[in-house]
Write a protein that binds this ligand. Sequence first.
Ligand SMILES: [Ca+2]
Ligand SMILES: [Ca+2]
Length: 464
Amino acid sequence: MFFGAPGTAFSEIPGRTRVIVTTDGEADDRCSMVRFLLHSNDFEVEGIVNSSSQFHWVGGEGWHAFHDPEWVGESIDLYGKVFENLRRHDPRFPTPAHLRSVWKVGNISAVGEDVERTEGAEWIAKVLLHDRDPRPVWVQAWGGCNTISRALKIIEEDHPGKMKEVAGRLRLFLIWEQDETYQKSIRPVWEPLGVPTIISDQFDGMAYIWRKVLPEETKCSFEAPWMKEHLLEGHGPLCASYEALDGAFHAEGDTPAFLHTIPNGLRSTENPGWGGWGGRYVKVRGKVWMDPLPADDWQRPEGQISIHNSWSKKLEHVTDPEQVAIRTRYFKPIWRWLEAVQNDFAARADWCVMDYDSANHHPVVRLKDTPLEMEAAAGESVTLDASASRDPDRDRLTCRWWHYPEAGTYPGEPLPDIDGPVAEVTVPTDARPGQTLHFIAEITDDGEPCLTRYARVVVVVRDP
Ligand SMILES: [Ca+2]
Ligand SMILES: [Ca+2]
C-alpha cells in the first residue's frame, strides 16, 4: 500500500478522444446513453446521431418499432439538470447546449437505407472532413451502419480528393453489423483505404444475455440491490431515467464501443489487440479487427456478422462444462474489467448529486523512470515504477502490476502478479527477440466507490 500524494484534480488529465455515436434507440442504447453522458468529460463529443438498424426503423412494428428520436434530446435535458454538479467534479463536461448542437437525426426510414442525404449523414461527413483537427474520430455504430455509410458516400461523391485524408482520421467501432451497409458500401471502398475497424461480438457480454454468460463473481454490481444503491435512487434525474429491468442491470450492448475510447491508461485506442474496457480483438484482414476465436476450430464468417451467425449467440445456451469454459474465456476480455467499469459508473452517479469533497475521483497514475515502451533482452530485469501515482482525494492507493499475456506476443507462461507500486520483472529466458510482453499497473484507491486507473508498459524483447 502507498499513499497518493495530494494534488489538484484536474492537472495531468489525459487528452480526450473524439467520438461520434450512431444509435438505433433500442432500450439498451438508452441505458448506454446514460453512461455515455456521464463519461462525456472523457470525450470530445462530435456527434450523436439517430440511425436505423435491422432491429429498429421508422415503420417497424412491435419489437421493431423505432423509438422517437427525441429520446436523445430528452436524455440531454436530464443531463442538463445535473450538469452544473458534474462540472464541480470535472470542468470538461460539455454543456447541454453543445450536446444538443451535435445531435442530429440520420437515416432511420428503413433497414440499411443509405440513400437519403439526412442531416445526420451530412453532419458525420462534415466532422470527418474537418481538416483543422488531425486527431482520429471514433465513429461508433450502436445500430446499423447505414448513416455512416451515407456519410462516407457524401465524401466519395462530393470530396473524392479527400477520401485518403478522411480514411486516415476515421476509426470504426461496430457493434455487430446491424445491417448490410458495411459489406455492401463501406467495406469495398474504405477497407482498401486502411480504415481501422473493430467489429465486436464480445459486447454481448454486457447486453441482454449478461446473466447467462458472465461469471458469478462479476454479477454483484449488475444486480438490483447494487443498481438501486449506486445508480437508480438518490442520484438525480438522469440516473433515475436508467431503464433497469426488475431493478437490475438491463443491457448495454453498445457501451463497449465507447468504453474502448476512454483514456483510462490502458491505451486501447493505440491497438485493438491490446485489450481494454471495450474488449480485445485480433486482426483478421488489413486493418479490420474482430473477436478472438472461441476455440481453434471455429470459423469466422467471411461476410456480415450479426445476430444470425454471432458466436455469442451460439455460446449463449451451452451447458456442457467444456463449452461453458469456452464461453467464459470468450467473454473474459470484457468481464475482466467490469468491476472497475461499474464502480466508475457509480462514482459518476455520485458526481450528479454530491459536492467535490463528498465524492470520489480517479487516481492519477504516474510512472517514474519507466518508459511506456522499453527494450530488454531475455533474462534481463527491468523495473516498473508507479510509486509517483497520487490521488486527488488523498485516498490510499493499492497497486498491482500484472502481465497481460494475450496482449503481447510472447507465447510462454504468464509471469506472476506483483503487489506494490514498484515491480522488478525478468524477461523469461525463452523469450525471442521482437516478442512483446505487456505489463499493466492497476491502481485502485480506497474511496467509495473505489476507482481504478491504469498504466501499460510494453516490453519489447531485444537481441542479447
Ligand atoms: Ca443498438
Ligand atoms: Ca480518489
